[in-house]
Design a binder for this molecule. Structure first.
Ligand code: GLA
Length: 684
């Protein structure tokens, strides 16, 4: 029998003894006096975890194989002496100038053949054997040097893989792509079939003829584009696993992670997750956006779903403003605290920032820091300190998990395929469509998981498919079985259209779910930009609709009952816009347009009611989020007031107020604007 994979994340949890708190620490940018002040301030702020040496390659290996750890030895010793754990980087995120000068072939090449120069960061071809070799050697050297250091708690490999360079089109990448295709398809005819190469005379007679989808006169083959995205994510993942393997050989008990960026399309987090000991996310919601917290909530649920529900680390967020938007809003008082607790509420076991001390020079000098340019006697630093104090009050949150009954089905294959070119409407964008469904569910107050279609669906009562264009026959069959066995389904237009190779499921859309939904779609008629689509209720029991937008289509009923109709003027009044169908013991709903938010909420509420799913805490005011994290014999309720008003909340049973050191029992909570309550079950 195989022994279970070791739970290395537990080692970090045991070390921290509660939630992690800290940020990217870049001491190499500062003098000794500032570094001494840093340690003192970190202790005062309750910092127990730092991301260290993320961009230190040039300093630690100033010339080939000439490692110099002197500077970081002092830093690591100081951290240990101050009780701070290092999420120590393998330092491979940005190759040093000497490496690019010696080996210009490591530089990435764009689809049009341009070479990306050093001078920024992440300037490496993911398939480059030279880069990979130098990176693994450095990771090995770092691991061998710090293997027994008391400050070492977790390994931070690379940094936000793929955010600047996700795909490389050079000849080395082309050869690697061909190897990847040979592994995937075995013979060239299988590839020709999968890629539909009889279209436009693209039939290959050998793998050696295949190149990445470089700039072409018109649309490159879509299946080739899709496979190149899969390959590119895998190529980066290989960079990660090569370093990870080196680390595991030397420090088998130290967990290994890398930080993903929320909402980033190029890296398939679900395919990377099984390779990692724990998942980590960097999250930068825009304070200028009114519903930024909902987009952030979605990204936390995506990450937690990829982690199979395990706790994760918020490795970066901004203490206040970032520097990379056109206009960079600061976080108003209380917002940083609220958004930090939100990550914890949704499963994070650590709250960290980019970065500890705001840089004096370089491209990110106007990115906020936990210690701003103005120093520690500042609003931002005061809020940082206060949050550090608070997070330490609820150590029992660490290691706990959420249990939700609604799952949005999500995967990167669909994200990539849905947004390929030459589609019925370029207005159908994956995250927008997911948010169109996530937002009313979030507002209904239910807990949401976001899962891959191959995930265990048994914990769920309702599945949601928001324009899930690419759906393999195998995954469609799992969803059909889920509904037949009594589950609820809410699916929207342009779902179940193509298989894993981007080939249409024939017989009327969405063929593999037609029986489940009780309908067949003959034709798509997307709306013009800004056009609204009139809707009318099928009968007095149907939701009273305002309008749709983005899409309409010709739905033919095959057992489903219409709830809404398209209402012209160009359309016959008998074309369904929303339907409901009983399939086996379950109920399947279909939405053939993008309804206005009120109508969408009404449809979502019906789907929740059909499936018997209730809010985490019923009766909450709009804009107050509630989540429940469960431990073995306790749970913690977190309430987050995302509004600018005060709210009173009555609890169904007494709970302990964990943010008050005395932990009084409360039945009633007053939430200030942007306020937070963290409430343990009796016995916590
Ligand atoms: C990313 C990177 C950091 C820094 C921040 C700035 O998250 O990982 O190095 O550039 O963005 O927001």
């Amino acid at each position: 029998m195989n022994s279970p994979a070791p739970d290395r994340a537990r080692n970090l949890r045991a070390r921290l003894g509660g939630l992690g708190f800290g940020g990217d620490y870049n001491p190499e940018q500062w003098d000794a006096a500032t570094r001494a002040e840093d340690l003192h301030l970190m202790n005062e702020a309750g910092v127990n975890l730092v991301n260290l040496a993320v961009f230190a390659w040039a300093r630690v290996e100033p010339a080939r194989d000439a490692y110099d750890f002197g500077f970081f030895d002092t830093v690591m010793d100081d951290l240990a002496a101050h009780g701070i754990t290092a999420n120590l980087a393998t330092m491979t995120a940005s190759p040093p100038p000497w490496l690019a000068a010696e080996h210009p072939e490591i530089l990435p090449v764009t689809a049009s053949g341009g070479v990306l120069s050093p001078g920024g960061r992440q300037h490496f071809c993911p398939s480059s054997p030279v880069f990979r070799d130098r990176a693994v050697r450095l990771a090995e050297a770092v691991a061998a040097h710090y293997r027994d250091h008391p400050a070492l708690g977790v390994w931070h490999v690379g940094n936000e893989y793929g955010i600047h360079v996700a795909e490389c089109f050079c000849d080395t990448s082309a050869a690697d792509f061909r190897r990847w295709l040979t592994d995937r398809y075995g013979d060239i005819d299988a590839l020709n079939d999968a890629w539909s190469t009889d279209f436009w005379s693209q039939r290959y007679t050998g793998f050696d003829q295949i190149a990445p989808p470089r700039a072409a006169p018109t649309y490159p083959n879509p299946s080739q584009q899709l496979d190149f995205k899969r390959f590119s994510s895998d190529a980066l993942r290989t960079c990660f696993t090569l370093e990870r393997d080196a680390l595991r050989r030397i420090t088998p008990d130290v967990p290994v992670t890398t930080n993903f960026l929320a909402g980033h399309k190029s890296v398939d987090v679900q395919r990377w997750a099984p390779e990692m000991d724990l998942l980590a996310l960097d999250s930068y919601p825009d304070p200028h956006e009114e519903s930024a917290h909902i987009g952030a909530a979605l990204s936390y649920d995506v990450l937690r779903g990829a982690a199979d529900g395990r706790p994760w680390l918020l490795t970066e967020q901004a203490p206040s403003a970032v520097n990379w938007r056109d206009r960079n809003a600061g976080k108003s008082p209380g917002r940083m605290r609220l958004w930090s607790w939100q990550a914890v509420a949704q499963g994070a076991d650590a709250v960290m920032y980019f970065q500890w001390r705001q840089s004096r020079g370089g491209a990110e000098k106007f990115h906020s820091g936990m210690v701003p340019h103005a120093g520690a006697e500042t609003r931002v630093h005061a809020e940082v300190r206060e949050l550090g104090r608070e997070l330490a009050l609820a150590p029992e949150l660490a290691g706990t998990r959420l249990r939700n009954e609604v799952a949005i089905v999500f995967d990167w294959d669909n994200w990539w395929a849905l947004e390929l070119d030459s589609h019925p409407s370029n207005g159908v964008q994956c995250l927008d469509r997911v948010l169109d469904h996530y937002t009313p569910l979030f507002e209904a107050g239910v807990g949401i998981d976001v899962v891959h279609p191959s995930a265990d669906l048994s914990p769920y009562k309702l599945l949601v498919l928001p324009s899930h264009y690419l759906l393999s026959a195998e995954h469609a069959a799992r969803i059909a079985a889920f509904v037949a066995a009594g589950g609820g389904l809410l699916a929207s237009f342009f779902t179940g259209i193509v298989d894993e190779h981007d080939r249409v499921h024939m017989g009327g859309y969405p063929a593999p779910l037609g029986d489940v939904l009780g309908l067949r779609v003959e034709e798509f008629w997307p709306a013009a930009e800004g056009e609204t689509v009139a809707l009318r209720a099928a009968d007095a029991n149907s939701p009273a609709p305002a309008a749709g937008s983005l899409w309409r289509e010709d739905v033919k009923l095959a057992g489903a009952r219409p709830e809404l109709f398209f209402a012209g003027p160009d359309w016959d009044d008998d074309r369904p816009a929303a339907t409901v169908h009983t399939h086996g013991a379950g109920t399947a709903r279909y939405v053939a347009t993008r309804p206005d938010p009120g109508t969408m909420r009404a449809l979502v509420d019906r789907a929740l009611a059909d499936a018997g799913v209730g809010a985490v805490l019923p009766g909450l005011p709009a804009g107050v989020q509630a989540t429940l994290r469960h431990g073995a014999d306790h749970d913690v309720l977190v309430l987050l007031n995302h509004t600018e008003e005060k709210h009173e909340v009555s609890l169904p049973a007494g709970r302990l107020d964990l943010l008050d050191v005395r932990r009084p029992a409360v039945r009633h909570v007053t939430l200030a604007p942007r306020g937070v309550a963290v409430l343990g079950s009796a016995g916590t």
